[in-house]
Design a protein around this ligand. Structure first.
Ligand SMILES: [Zn+2]
Length: 481
């Protein structure tokens, strides 16, 4: 009988999908018609009210808002960047008590002991299955260490090697699937999950991960089936929340038509114009090429786009009908009343598509200021109009540093959030205009590899956050005054 690995030697796959998880809501917007909208936070932007939801940042015209009720509940940890996507926490190591000798010998003193791994490999070459299992566990341990340090490529390489020594170990297959999910490589993820399923048909984590892979592939029906199966095997609030959302999508899209282009799968309801759908795909493909050539990067799998008539958009996103597009992994665009791609719609599409690129290129690690700054830059916004106000803000030393704008903006007071968007654009504009897009690309790559943003700025621009702010102000003065 094959020696069974002690489950506790391995890892528990804890996947938390924050974009999907029900979160404590902060503020409420009360509309003049009496309707109430729950939001993580609300920011007054003059004639608009911007509010954050788990699905991204949305905007309402101020004219329809009666008042805002500020709550004090904790805001969720979703990005305020309109690109809240699959934020899956990496598998965590079990309690140290379960750490075997092999694990302790593989990773110690803050690093991986490659000599020790090489010794195990040598033993595996001459030894039996047990030696193979040891080598597999060592590689797997190394992969986990790399994953926690943001080194996804290396983690993938080591996990792949561990599978050579133990090709039928479901946990290794699931971890490979997880790593591919993190890279938005959904098809590859499914390949490993199919193998894991054959070996462990009743493992709830296989079904849970499969649901995410299908969801990423824009196949809500299959995602629903997998998550139902996962729930039947084990109660799981994250799966439940994800399932409810996918079921709403799946019901709504049951009679949708589908169009495909090289890089997009577009679905739209029967009431939208096929000509508009084609027009949008053409526009998106054009934007795709331009962002790809700027960033020297392309997302690996087809990007899902959904066109909604307004009413459906409100039902599905639980957002009011007049909001702009949003990007929660799929780009959702309300199109009622449109028969062609207007310049405004084109800008919105490019902004949202930029979020998809940055999200995937950085494996979801880009700080909010860089996401929003770059999306605004790519859609064609420039800092001219905001420059005088930003320079006054800079002179008063009242501004938030970019370091403070890395995570969620939901806690910012209203005025500060408006500045946050403007400073983010200005900083990105300064980097691109001064050092070129290549530097921005290198910064994103370093962030994607797990480097802290300020460290990436130091390596590429030789700037700290403070230097970047000073340089941005100087750029605004020279360029716009
Ligand atoms: Zn945005």
């Amino acid at each position: 009988m094959r020696q069974r690995w002690n489950a506790s030697t391995w890892l528990c796959l804890a996947l938390i999908v924050s974009a999907m998880a029900p979160s404590a809501l902060g503020d409420e917007i009360v509309l003049k018609n009496g309707k109430r909208i729950a939001a993580l936070s609300v920011v007054d932007e003059g004639d608009k009210v911007r509010y954050e939801t788990a699905a991204g940042s949305l905007v309402l015209p101020k004219s329809i808002v009666d008042h805002i009720e500020k709550g004090e509940g904790p805001a969720a940890e979703t990005g305020a960047n309109g690109a809240a996507q699959l934020a899956i926490t990496p598998p965590a190591l079990d309690s140290p008590a379960s750490g075997s000798e092999i694990q302790r010998n593989t990773v110690h003193d803050g690093g991986i002991d490659r000599e020790y791994i090489a010794r195990l490999e040598n033993e595996a070459r001459s030894g039996g299955r047990r030696a193979n299992d040891s080598a597999a566990l060592a590689y797997h341990t190394a992969a986990q260490f790399e994953l926690t340090h943001g080194e996804l490529e290396r983690a993938l390489a080591d996990e792949r090697t561990s599978l050579i020594y133990a090709p039928e170990q479901p946990v290794l297959l699931m971890n490979m699937a997880y790593l591919h999910l993190r890279r938005s490589e959904y098809k590859q993820s499914l390949d490993y999950l199919d193998r894991a399923r054959r070996l462990a048909p009743d493992n709830p984590d296989v079904a849970k991960l499969s649901g995410w892979a299908y969801y990423g592939l824009n196949k809500p029906d299959e995602a629903v089936a997998q998550w139902r199966h996962a729930l039947a095997l084990r109660p799981d609030p994250e799966v439940k929340a994800a399932l409810e959302k996918a079921e709403r999508d799946s019901r709504e899209e049951a009679d949708y038509r589908e169009n495909e282009s090289a890089h997009f799968t577009l679905r739209y309801s029967g009431s939208a114009e096929p000509a508009l759908a084609r027009d949008i795909l053409r526009t998106l493909e054009g934007h795709f090429q331009s962002i790809e050539s700027e960033l020297d990067y392309a997302p690996p799998d087809s990007i899902g786009v959904i066109l909604y008539t307004q009413e459906a958009f409100a039902d599905i996103t639980r957002a009011p009908a007049w909001v702009g597009a949003l990007n929660d992994g799929r780009i959702r665009v309300p199109v009622q009343g449109l028969s062609s791609v207007t310049p405004e719609l084109s800008r919105v599409l490019k902004h949202e598509l930029t979020h998809s690129f940055v999200q995937q290129k950085t494996r979801g690690r880009a700080p909010t200021w860089l996401q929003e700054g770059f999306a605004q830059w790519m859609e064609g916004k420039r800092s001219g109009g905001a420059a005088p106000e930003l320079l006054r803000n800079y002179a008063s030393k009242q501004y938030q540093s970019l370091g403070q704008l890395e995570t969620t903006w939901m806690r910012l007071p209203d005025e500060a959030a408006a500045y946050a968007y403007s400073w983010s654009l200005a900083a990105v504009e300064y980097i691109v205009q001064t050092d070129g897009m290549g530097d921005l690309e290198r910064i994103l790559d370093r962030i994607g590899a797990g480097e802290a943003t300020e460290q990436a700025l130091r390596e590429v621009l030789h700037d700290s956050y403070g230097d970047l702010m000073d340089g941005t102000a100087e750029y605004l003065r020279k360029t716009y005054q």
